[in-house]
Design a binder for this molecule. Structure first.
Ligand code: HEM
Length: 499
């Protein structure tokens, strides 16, 4: 047969799925960009080649196409805030979607378990460590790290340097979650300019996420080789090894220290997460997971717990530093429970402060959560936003579409803590969903709030801060599973207060 006939056959085979997706797929009746319905390459093109955040594009797409937009051959995004509660409802035991949750390259771990059953079993092991009472036991750890943060900021200021607040906050949250997980940490807070190799590596690895998410084959190859092998065999690995391996290698080192010497955990000042992970009685099966599974859990906990809290601190401080009046009122409020610098308050005192609490809520509303948290509709189908959705469809919504909804939040893009102090604040609470909702909602909530109270109070009480030329363009962010900031991000001068 002539070569052109073979080419024609190959082309027809390649076109078959596109023809099916456009003309015969059960989702063909849902509106959206034609290319998005035809092929998953549309999403890949937007996220990888145009480096767009889909959730931001989706504001326009929802305006054009309505409340439901088809953004992949088998995927719908919902834009009406009430749809969030339809999808992430407490009774929905829907699977997480492989397309998104395989991105980190691990198959087990609380965040990435696809099946509710597996997630529930692991949650039974870990959740007791995150209860309000357990978190009271790590309050000391959080204060210690907040004080280390303040010391490092003071030192940098004495050297006439402004502070890279993104890296400073990430160092604080990384040391905290890592110590809480493994009973040891990399001491990122001690690194010059908050640039510990792990902080730099984690930041760089975030930029690879769009490729890893959209190209499963590249992801499989990249993750199939053990990081230790890559680090050993690649010439000049320290400089050349993809940053993502570096992150894994460092976390593996922390875990190995624990596995080699489990009794070392007892030297920690409180119970750690790995105390529980390594206790056979904590598991339903009475068996401790193998070392790969332990590593996967350690990695996902560190990723889930570090950047999210740091992003909230970042967005809060960016907005505060643009509103000096608000900072003055906050300072006065924090001062009321912390008059003497040497006698720091406890978490309970901070939790009673209305303006500080409202500021944290408003910061959580402003976090860059642009990923559609995708779920798979069960075979029986479901009703979402008043529409019947066929079983097997991937559905989701980015939290941003709830938090920036003008239908719910008046002047939604403005940072106004007062909205959480007004008469209708109680009603608004149901629309503050930074930790998501339902059976897969975040179980790090209490730790997150503890870190946020203590870090906000520490910086507000101990420093007079001013922007070091940061502009709105510097604060641009992108996200396809975890946010990163392609520009300069937040830098501020931090002058320690005397008393
Ligand atoms: C402000 C801080 C935080 C925010 C905004 C946040 C947000 C979220 C969100 C939206 C989810 C649901 C993701 C999904 O549906 O796939 C989630 C899940 C999760 N978060 Fe957080 N989180 C924060 C802090 C933490 C902390 C401190 C930890 C501690 C390790 C943590 C651990 C987890 C875990 C393990 C999951 C997966 C739960 C599951 O799928 O069953 N998070 N988080």
């Amino acid at each position: 047969m002539e070569i052109w006939i073979w080419l024609l056959v190959a082309l027809s085979i390649a076109l078959c799925p596109i023809i099916y997706n456009v003309f015969f797929h059960p989702l063909r009746r849902f509106p959206g960009p034609r290319m998005a319905g035809a092929t998953s390459w549309w999403k890949a093109y937007k996220e990888v080649f145009q480096q767009e955040t889909l959730a931001q594009l989706l504001f326009d797409l929802h305006r054009k196409h309505g409340d439901i937009v088809r953004i992949g051959p088998n995927e719908l995004h919902f834009g009406k805030p009430s749809a969030f509660h339809d999808i992430y409802h407490g009774t929905n035991r829907w699977d997480k979607d492989e397309g998104l949750y395989r991105t980190p390259g691990v198959r087990s771990g609380s965040f990435v378990f696809l099946k509710y059953k597996d997630a529930k079993e692991r949650r039974e092991v870990l959740q007791p460590m995150f209860s309000k009472r357990s978190i009271q036991n790590v309050e000391g750890l959080v204060w210690r790290n907040a004080n280390r943060l303040a010391t490092a900021v003071t030192k940098a200021n004495a050297e006439n340097c402004s502070i890279d607040l993104l890296y400073a906050f990430r160092s604080f949250t990384l040391d905290t979650i890592m110590y809480f997980t493994f009973g040891n940490c990399v001491d990122a807070l001690d690194a010059q300019a908050f640039s510990d190799p792990l902080i730099v590596a984690m930041d760089a690895s975030l930029r690879a996420l769009p490729i890893l998410k959209n190209f499963p084959l590249i992801r499989k190859v990249a993750y199939s080789l053990p990081p230790s092998l890559i680090m050993k065999t690649l010439p000049d690995a320290e400089r050349l090894a993809p940053r993502i391996y570096r992150v894994r290698a460092i976390i593996e080192e922390q875990l190995q220290k624990v596995l080699d010497n489990p009794e070392k955990l007892d030297e920690a000042l409180h119970q750690t997460i790995f105390h529980r992970m390594l206790d056979p009685n904590a598991h339903r099966s009475k068996v401790v997971p193998d070392s790969v599974k332990l590593h996967d859990e350690g990695l996902t906990l560190v990723f889930a717990g570090a950047n999210t809290v740091a992003d909230t601190l970042l967005m809060g401080h960016w907005n505060l530093l643009n509103q000096p009046d608000l900072v003055a009122r906050l300072k006065a409020e924090v001062f009321s429970v912390w008059p003497d610098l040497e006698a720091q308050p406890n978490l309970k005192d901070l939790e009673a402060l209305p303006l500080l609490t409202a500021t944290i809520k408003e910061s959580l509303r402003h976090i860059p959560s642009g990923v559609s948290l995708t779920r798979v509709v069960p075979p029986t189908g479901a009703v979402i936003s008043g529409q019947t959705i066929p079983g097997g469809t991937t559905v989701g919504m980015a939290i941003l579409h709830v938090h920036q909804s003008e239908e719910i939040f008046e002047d939604a893009l403005s940072f106004k803590p007062e909205r959480w102090l007004g008469e209708d604040a109680k009603q608004l609470e149901q629309w503050l969903v930074p930790f998501s909702r339902g059976p897969r909602m975040c179980f790090g909530v209490n730790l997150a709030w503890c870190e946020l109270y203590i870090a906000f109070a520490t910086l507000i009480r101990r420093f007079d801060m001013a922007l070091d030329g940061t502009t709105a363009a510097d604060m641009e962010w992108r996200e396809c599973i975890a946010a990163y900031y392609p520009n300069r991000h937040l830098h501020a001068w931090c002058q320690p207060v005397e008393c």
